[in-house]
Design a protein around this ligand. Structure first.
Ligand SMILES: Cc1cc2nc3c(=O)[nH]c(=O)nc-3n(C[C@H](O)[C@H](O)[C@H](O)COP(=O)(O)O)c2cc1C
Length: 221
């Protein structure tokens, strides 16, 4: 797949995992892709915790079940009914889970760029995740990002030190189905916005000239 196809076909996967084993050399390649991400001052603030243990996964799944109930209880009746059909995690169905963390102090105090914007460490970890997501997809492997929990609860389960931030909890496994549009779009929860409405020229809220907009409208991945 070329890069645009991988971008188009990457999905957040909850429902479409199968249980085939992912060979270690494939996992290694996906993690190496993550490790090649840009990072502020080349600080490489990430760690990756590989989680296969069923009882650990079960504990995290239980946290998600609780938060799902909480979220659901605040929805309108109409949204509740839509949401009831939406799966928000594939913790147990996937081959393995991966927690991605960020160390804001990694590589010492003299990190170029980090002294002004602390969040750049976390941005770097997120870029590593996107690299992983795309690399996995090119191997016919899906990833789902799960955030329905209090991160401190997950940190306790995984014994992550206090000064390390949990950035993401991911489920990863081979795909049994391909989907070209997000599950939330398929299930009528939300549509993709029009790119032309999100682009400004020179200043906030200033629309670009017609040619770019015309080109955008004729652009398909
Ligand atoms: C930071 C982040 C957190 C997310 N958390 C969840 C989650 O808890 N549960 C879930 O089902 N999807 C989660 N998603 C996936 C989004 O719902 C998904 O990316 C979006 O619907 C677009 O679909 P696509 O990734 O297939 O293009 C998360 C995505 C991001 C980037």
């Amino acid at each position: 797949m070329d890069i645009y196809t991988v971008i188009k076909k990457r999905r957040d996967v909850r429902s479409w995992f199968d249980d085939r084993v992912i060979p270690e050399n494939v996992i290694a390649k996906i993690l190496m892709a993550a490790h090649y991400a840009p990072s502020v001052g080349f600080s490489q603030p990430w760690n990756f915790i590989m989680i296969k243990d069923i009882s650990t996964r079960n504990k995290i799944k239980n946290l998600v079940i609780e938060k799902r109930k909480e979220f659901e209880s605040n929805l309108s009746e109409e949204k509740k009914s839509l949401f009831s059909d939406i799966k928000i995690e594939g913790i147990m169905e996937s081959y393995m889970n991966i927690a991605v963390t960020c160390d804001f102090e990694r590589s010492g105090p003299d990190i170029i760029g980090r002294s002004t914007i602390k969040e750049t460490s976390e941005y770097s970890a997120v870029l590593a995740i996107e690299n992983m997501w795309l690399a996995a997809r090119s191997e016919n492997i899906g990833i789902g990002w799960i955030s329905f929990f209090n991160p401190e609860d997950v940190k306790k389960i995984l014994k992550i030190p206090e000064n390390i931030k949990l950035v993401a909890y991911l489920a990863m496994g081979y795909l049994k189905e391909e989907h070209d549009i997000p599950e939330l779009q398929e299930k009528k929860w939300k549509d993709r916005m029009q790119l032309e409405d999100l682009i400004f020229s020179e200043k906030w809220n200033n629309k670009p000239d017609g040619q770019l907009i015309k080109s955008i409208k004729n652009t398909y991945l």
